[in-house]
Structure formats: structure tokens, C-alpha cells
Design a protein around this ligand. Structure first.
Ligand SMILES: Nc1ncnc2c1ncn2[C@@H]1O[C@H](COP(=O)(O)OP(=O)(O)OP(=O)(O)O)[C@@H](O)[C@H]1O
Length: 249
């Protein structure tokens, strides 16, 4: 098995005359938590969009597992094992929590191709849905309308829907944004637990959580990578301090 699950090299993205990403490279190891941090406007979301196929890059190459996915549409990346949970909620609010997860589980079965002699039984799907709900800590809310869940529980449900695709890599865009302290703690534990089965790439502004859970951190500023390494190295990097102080000023 190659050391890295995802390898992006020389990624460039332009918006007209504006160079939002200037040849950035990123490698995410299997079963690791890799955080992408940087001041507002650094290009984190733009890089996420390039990696997940929302907006393919103008330059560079992205390899995921054995596949060159640089120009692959988003749905093919999903089939290869990449999942993304969006900053904007992406749920069916009028459906129940369990129904939301069931739709995501069924979508995976459809992608895998249903064949009649191994078509999943209703029971199998129900068991899988329940297992996901328990993993994300909202098993007791299975029958509730998704729209009635707290903000934190909705974010967990989004992660659950991404898990239904059985990804090898899950990309989380600010999973802790807008959460209270209890939800932050629960979601942090959930993310740490994901590493048993997959790699996690996350954009997150909550620095104490990022420093405590990440195996590796990539720091971006103005479309470029300014530092990278384990938390203790990044924390003490002078360029990182300058970038954050500069943006605060
Ligand atoms: N569609 C677009 N058209 C033009 N410029 C864009 C577009 N999307 C992003 N940008 C610009 O690209 C730069 C990087 O934006 P991006 O959203 O990737 O930053 P970010 O690091 O995710 O910031 P934040 O932490 O605030 O979410 C910004 O200067 C932004 O204004």
C-alpha cells in the first residue's frame, strides 16, 4: 500500500486574473487526521473544491489511491472512496434522521450496482443505518425530523451520511463551526474515532482542537503553503505566527 492515500501536487486555481492557489502540494496519509488551517481567504476552501471535484484546478495533478482524479467529476471521486461534508447543511430537513441516513446507504448500494442475488435486504439496510446513527451518537433521535435536530446534531448527521458511502477519505469543512462546547467535545471524539477506518482531511478554525487531534497540519496563507508538519512543529513555526498575527492586525 502506498504511504499516501491522496497526493496533490502543484495545484493552481485562478479566478480570472486572481491566482487563488499558486502551485500547492498536499499529501494525506492513510488513516490519519490532516488539518488545513490558515487565515481567512488563504485558499483552504478553494483547495477543498479542487480536491473534491467541485472546481477542478487549472494546474497540477491529484492522485487518489491508484486513480488520477485531477479531472474526474465529483461523483466518480465518491465512487473511488472520497466523501465530503459541506459547510452548508446538506440534509433533507422534513425527513427523519434515519431516513436521511437510509437514503445515503441506498445511494452507495446503487453505486456499487445492485444485482438480484446479492441485493441488500431491508433488514441489512436498517441495521447499517442504526450502526451509523450509533456511531455518530444520535441513535436515540432516529425518528426525529432532521430539521428539528440541534445544529451540532445536524452536523453529526451530515458526517453520518458521508460515512454511509464507506469512504477511505472524508473531507470535513469546518465541522465545529457554530457549535457549543458540548457539541464541540462530542464531534471532536467522533472525528478521532473515524481514523480507525479512514483518513480525515479537515478545515477548521478551532485551533485547540486542531492541535490536539491532528497527525499533520498544513498551514496556508495567500494561496500558498507556509508550513507543514506535526502540531508541535507548526505551533512554534514563526511564519505561522506572523501569518495569524498579520491577519488579526
Ligand atoms: N468564485 C470565486 N471567484 C473569485 N474569487 C474567489 C472565488 N472563490 C474564492 N475566491 C477568492 O479566493 C481566495 C481564497 O478563498 P477561500 O474561500 O478558498 O479561502 P479560505 O481559506 O477557505 O477562507 P475562509 O477561512 O474565510 O473560509 C479569497 O481571496 C477569495 O476571495
Amino acid at each position: 500500500m502506498a504511504e499516501y492515500l491522496l497526493e496533490a501536487s502543484g495545484i493552481g486555481v485562478r479566478f480570472g486574473d486572481f491566482q487563488a492557489l499558486a502551485g500547492i502540494s498536499l499529501a494525506v496519509a492513510h488513516r490519519s487526521i490532516h488539518a488545513l488551517i490558515g487565515p481567512n481567504g488563504a485558499g483552504k476552501t478553494t483547495l477543498f473544491n479542487a480536491l473534491t471535484g467541485v472546481r477542478p484546478p487549472n494546474a497540477g495533478r491529484i492522485v487518489f489511491g491508484r486513480h488520477d482524479i485531477t479531472r474526474a467529476p465529483a461523483h466518480r471521486r465518491v465512487r473511488y472512496g472520497m466523501a465530503r461534508s459541506f459547510q452548508v447543511t446538506n440534509l433533507y430537513p422534513a425527513l427523519s434522521v434515519a431516513e436521511n441516513v437510509r437514503l445515503a446507504v441506498q445511494a452507495r448500494h446503487e453505486r456499487e450496482g445492485w444485482v438480484f442475488w446479492r441485493a441488500p435486504q431491508r433488514r441489512d439496510i436498517a441495521d447499517e443505518v442504526q450502526a451509523i446513527l450509533e456511531r455518530i451518537g444520535i441513535g436515540e433521535r432516529a425518528g426525529a425530523r432532521a430539521g428539528d435536530l440541534s445544529h451540532g446534531a445536524q452536523r453529526s448527521l451530515e458526517i453520518g451520511m458521508a460515512l454511509a458511502g464507506r469512504p477511505q477519505l472524508i473531507c470535513l469543512d469546518e465541522p465545529l463551526a457554530g457549535m457549543g462546547i458540548d457539541d464541540v467535545h462530542r464531534t471532536k471524539e467522533l472525528i478521532v474515532g473515524l481514523r480507525d477506518a479512514m483518513a480525515v482531511l479537515l478545515i477548521e478554525h478551532n485551533m485547540s482542537v486542531v492541535l490536539s487531534i491532528s497527525d499533520r497540519i498544513t498551514v496556508m496563507a495567500q494561496g500558498a503553503k507556509i508550513a507543514e508538519g506535526p502540531p508541535e512543529r507548526v505551533r512554534n513555526d514563526p511564519a505561522v505566527r506572523t501569518a495569524y498575527l498579520g491577519s488579526a492586525a
